[in-house]
Ligand binder design. Sequence first.
Ligand SMILES: NC(=O)c1ccc[n+]([C@@H]2O[C@H](COP(=O)([O-])OP(=O)(O)OC[C@H]3O[C@@H](n4cnc5c(N)ncnc54)[C@H](OP(=O)(O)O)[C@@H]3O)[C@@H](O)[C@H]2O)c1
Length: 253
Amino acid sequence: MALWKILLLLWLIYALAYNLALIRRPLRSKKKSPPSRGWGNRTHVLIIGATGGTGFELVRQALERGHQVTAFVRSAAGLKIQNENLRVVRGDIMNYPQLEAAMQGQSVVLSALGHRRFYMPTTILSQGTANIMRAMRACRVPRLIVVSSLGVGATVGRLGLPATFLFVPLVLPFYFWDRVRQEKLIEENKDIDWIVVRPSILRDGPARGNYRHGFNVGNYIMPRKISRADVADFMLAQLNDDLYVGRAPGVCD
Ligand SMILES: NC(=O)c1ccc[n+]([C@@H]2O[C@H](COP(=O)([O-])OP(=O)(O)OC[C@H]3O[C@@H](n4cnc5c(N)ncnc54)[C@H](OP(=O)(O)O)[C@@H]3O)[C@@H](O)[C@H]2O)c1
């Protein structure tokens, strides 16, 4: 057999095996939703990853909605927004004391944590989220809303064929492996209301407002997109809504 055929076969077997591994045991929905926290629009919101694309949109839209926002950032220079309701706290997600200090007095945590360490094993998502939940317990913060991604658990394949067979197994295998660990940690916690938001491929640009959400979004063949602004809009809508508590809805255009 020609070498290219052998390589193609090996790659196909690897991509299939990797995607099967990503499915593992999918997140299980909690049976009963807790009563809505009903904070109104003066919620104290801690935003993780506030200097990133989605995080910036979370900060901007949370302030627009009248919330008291704390942005947890590694560098304050990365957050080009000023507002009397915005407090910027410098820290690293891997540094627990810094995180706990930022957590004091919050009502909810929104995390848009991400990174670019694609080609090496990392625990930034899982260990960072473990730190977030530990600080939430210590400070009695009851609700966590986290950006994850389509393409893990029960949504394997829904990022479209190119991502499923090329991008994820070849460029992001370590990233997605840590993503699965992150989701598992969230699912296993018993005392925090959590919502895991799984977007399709992200794009910049304005919110459209007519995105779809639920458990059957995305596409197995063609990649679907959603703007970071719409993901932020959906996450902020979850502050007072219990529909998806203990569940992992997908979102896409
Ligand atoms: N790109 C896609 O198509 C796609 C699709 C589905 C899901 N997602 C997921 O959606 C999420 C948001 O994506 P995005 O592109 O909007 O994010 P992003 O621009 O990559 O921003 C990531 C944020 O995480 C922060 N961060 C990284 N390491 C940190 C640390 N150790 N301590 C504190 N903060 C840290 C970054 O801070 P610095 O500015 O200091 O680095 C940045 O603010 C990510 O989890 C991503 O995987 C992406």
